[in-house]
Write a protein that binds this ligand. Structure first.
Ligand code: TYM
Length: 325
């Protein structure tokens, strides 16, 4: 049996270059070597209110972007979380072995809860559902950006606790981070992670941004008051732009940009980003030209992975002593 890879993206907001460099790019790079499953995690998105019609559209848009970014439906299964009921079923079983304190300690929970008037239970349960996503497929490798590392540690803790209570049931999933681009920061504020939900037009480069818009955003990105790139002493804004550039074009290095005036440096980075995103945007237009294509990919993905999910549900139920027919 080939080792399995699992990862997911929430279909909320606009997918940005951080999502691409932190996740989608490495998915495309490793997909051929594993049994690869890439998921649009719509059940995670509803932990905060989503407009229903918009969510449905975003699910398909996200799937189309996976394909456009190089996830090949012939090599990988692309599927929607809520189309496989095992995610929710396993999440419940895992909830029952997860101490409340583990969930209350999660930094993303604390940050998101601060922004809500009423904190939904789903927000607290979020990482348990995420553990269920991964463990349902017995995934050995989970390629993500750095912001998901704490959730993955929790997934391992939950798996370990389950295995020690009920016997070996789950494969221990390893975190796979990209070497560059694991944590892309906001262009307007390099102390904040680039985020789908953050507003502000200068904050994120969306994967579907027009080349001119990309250029403008990068030219306006926050740097420091130096005139040129100091390779020995880079401010956070410059270092962030360099990381984005490097991840888009390997010929961009610290040495190659040393001493460049900020205007020229930013132009070089913008060029690299546009060159990287243009074929993705072109492919996106092709993929979405036929309105039934994405749905057929999602149906095939689901059909392929359903037996894996059913197998784990049966095993987990049996381990816990639940009714298995
Ligand atoms: P989400 O939708 O916030 O982000 C999707 C992927 O993009 C990465 N990412 C970033 N990488 C670098 N720099 C950034 N600024 C940046 N912002 C986001 C994320 O690390 C992620 O890999 N909880 C997850 C979705 C999820 C999941 C899973 C992931 C649900 N179940 C199981 C892996 C395995 C999330 O909200 O990702």
């Amino acid at each position: 049996m080939r080792a399995r890879v699992f990862s997911g993206v929430q279909p909320s907001g606009q997918l940005h270059i951080g999502n691409y460099l932190g996740a989608l790019k490495s998915w495309a790079e490793i997909q051929a070597d594993y049994e690869s499953i890439f998921c649009i995690v719509d059940s995670h998105a509803i932990t905060v209110y989503q407009d229903p019609a918009e969510l449905q559209a975003k699910i398909r848009e996200t799937a189309a972007l996976f394909i456009a970014a190089g996830i090949d439906p012939a090599q990988s299964s692309i599927m929607v979380q809520s189309s496989v009921s095992g995610h929710a079923e396993l999440a419940w079983m895992l909830t029952c072995v997860t101490p409340l304190g583990w969930l209350q300690r999660m930094t993303q929970f604390k940050a998101k809860a601060e922004k809500q008037e009423t904190i939904g239970d789903g927000l607290l349960q979020y990482p348990v559902l995420m553990a269920a996503d991964i463990l349902l497929y017995q995934a050995a490798i989970v390629p993500v950006g750095e912001d998901q590392a704490q959730h993955l540690e929790l997934a391992r803790d939950i798996a370990q606790r389950f295995n020690s209570l009920y016997g070996e049931t789950f494969v221990m999933p390893a975190t796979h981070l990209p070497t560059v681009g694991a944590r892309v920061m906001g262009l307007d504020d390099p102390t904040q992670k680039m985020s789908k939900s953050a507003t502000g037009t200068g904050h994120a480069i969306a994967l579907l941004d027009d080349p001119k818009v990309i250029q403008k955003k990068i030219m306006r990105a926050t740097t420091d008051s130096l005139p040129a790139v100091d390779a020995e002493n880079m401010g956070a804004g410059v270092a962030n732009l360099l990381a984005i550039g490097q991840a888009c074009d390997a010929s961009i290095t610290r040495e190659s940009v040393a001493g460049m005036r900020y205007g020229d440096f930013k132009k070089r980075i913008a060029e690299a980003v546009v060159a990287r995103l243009q074929p993705i945007q072109q492919r996106y237009r092709e993929v979405t030209a036929d309105s039934s294509y994405v749905d057929s990919v999602l149906a095939a993905g689901r059909d392929h992975i359903l037996p894996f999910a059913e197998d784990t549900i049966r095993k987990t139920k049996a381990a816990m002593g639940l009714y298995v027919w």
